[in-house]
Design a protein around this ligand. Structure first.
Ligand SMILES: C[S@@+](CC[C@H](N)C(=O)[O-])C[C@H]1O[C@@H](n2cnc3c(N)ncnc32)[C@H](O)[C@@H]1O
Length: 166
């Protein structure tokens, strides 16, 4: 999958555009700027937006070509982001160090999520926020009759119950 994303991001154009995810933009309007983490941040559109809003930004993704484009986008917009090339199971941030974690189309396998998320939640400050937009398992049915994106594998998708449990 890592090579899939590296190839996908190898083109000059930004696959998901240079503008942030709309839900992220809406949620961030209501929050005071602090330190935010973007797991699986791809080409950097969300991280760069957060930095423009005054947030200190941490991000990671296992795609090297995603990081190259994210750094370019940050430079183009005159902001700084701290973006690591790493697999989700390699990253670590200090407990209580983050004001927010933004999961924007972060589709890890459910087994990996169950392993990682209990630790990740500890990286948040007690009053920290989780911003979340990912595809639901009901997307599998929806895709039968509609042109729409998202993973085709149920283990990569979410329900409200799996989000609460994980
Ligand atoms: C649908 S893209 C979303 C990119 C970005 N969050 C956005 O909204 O533009 C999914 C991203 O997850 C990353 N990814 C998937 N599995 C990963 C893993 N195990 N560790 C790190 N990154 C991963 C991919 O490289 C890809 O950039």
């Amino acid at each position: 999958m890592q090579s899939f994303w590296n190839e996908r991001y190898a083109q000059e154009a930004y696959v998901y555009g240079e503008s942030p995810n709309e839900w992220l933009r809406e949620c961030m309007n209501g929050l005071h700027a602090g330190k935010i983490l973007f797991p699986a941040e791809g080409e950097g559109r969300n991280a760069v937006y957060a930095a423009q809003c005054g947030w200190e930004v941490e991000a990671f993704d296992y795609s090297e070509s995603g990081k190259i484009k994210a750094d370019l986008l940050a430079r183009k917009n005159g902001v700084q982001i701290h973006y690591k090339v790493a697999d989700a199971n390699e990253v670590h941030y200090p407990d209580g160090s983050l004001d927010a974690i933004a999961f924007i189309f972060t589709h890890f396998p459910s087994t990996l999520r169950r392993q990682l998320f209990p630790d990740w939640i500890k990286w948040l400050k007690p009053e920290g926020s989780i911003i979340f937009e990912c595809f639901s398992v009901s997307q599998l049915d929806y895709q039968k009759d509609h042109q729409s994106g998202g993973p085709k594998d149920a283990h990569l998708l979410y329900s409200l119950d799996t989000i609460r449990d994980e």
